[in-house]
Design a binder for this molecule. Structure first.
Ligand code: ATP
Length: 235
């Protein structure tokens, strides 16, 4: 479904990605793990078109998407939930979700069905439909950000640090929802500092260091890999 081939990208003189090659099959959940500054966020931004490439190509469903704007990539089925959630604080929960649906031309009936789908996944959002975005807890804001992305009916969901800033119980709740979404058939690529959580939900992972992939394997094997245990799992 997704193929990144030999990607390189830089912020001025700071090279953030060096020769990254990854692929993701339909229905998979794949994690990108690594320390601060490893390049995980930049890689997600390169996939969704927010970061220009110096080299390499991105293919989605067999077609090159390098030249497509971020908006067009959303239309082809890529939804990106950025780090820090970025919901609209002055809009209600329902209005925030409606914004997600604006990315595609959908009938009212389709949009209502999508509301029901999101509310079934996140019953708390249903209860808080009329509440303003800013008044939600951190975990609820993360659910709303994911729900908003789902309203664009993506085929590939990119999630940047969904557990960031959440208490452990809430982080687990958000991850249980991500597992549900993936089990429902949606392909997921997630960036996560919380390696334990990421390797519970993802079937495979890539480990980034200094803008390069240093390891990639099935999640269960990476959990036992000495380098991953020492650097990211606290043994
Ligand atoms: P984190 O988990 O801390 O977000 P990350 O693995 O997602 O880390 P990136 O945010 O992709 O890493 O950063 C990769 C490199 O690019 C780092 O060296 C970082 O300092 C640099 N970088 C990121 N954003 C910018 C920017 N806007 N301008 C300059 N350098 C940047």
């Amino acid at each position: 479904m997704l193929k990144c081939d030999d990607l390189s990208a830089a912020y001025g003189d700071i090279v953030a990605l060096r020769g990254i090659t990854i692929s993701v099959a339909p229905g998979e959940a794949v994690a990108l793990i690594g320390a601060n500054g490893a390049g995980k966020t930049t890689l997600l931004r390169a996939i969704s078109g927010l970061m220009p490439l110096r080299k390499g190509s991105v293919q989605f469903n067999g077609g090159a998407i390098d030249r497509l704007s971020p908006e067009k990539r959303v239309r082809t089925g890529i939804a990106h939930v950025p780090e820090g959630r970025r919901i609209f604080p002055g809009l209600t929960v329902r209005e925030n979700l409606e914004v997600g649906a604006a990315a595609r031309r959908a009938s009212r009936t389709e949009i209502n069905a999508d509301f029901e789908h999101v509310f079934a996944l996140f019953p708390r959002l249903k209860e808080r439909q009329k509440q303003l975005g800013w008044s939600l807890s951190g975990g609820e804001q993360q659910m709303l950000a994911i729900g908003r992305a789902l309203m664009s009916r993506p085929r590939l969901l990119l999630l940047d640090e969904p557990s960031l800033g959440l208490a452990p119980r809430l982080a687990e709740e958000v991850y249980a929802s991500i597992a549900n979404i993936n089990e429902g058939g949606l392909t997921v690529v997630l960036v996560e500092q919380n390696t334990v959580l990421a390797l519970q939900v993802a079937q495979r992972a890539y480990v980034l260091e200094n803008g390069q992939i240093i390891l990639s394997d099935r999640a269960d094997r990476l959990r036992d890999h000495p380098r991953v245990r020492d650097a990211y799992l606290g043994k």
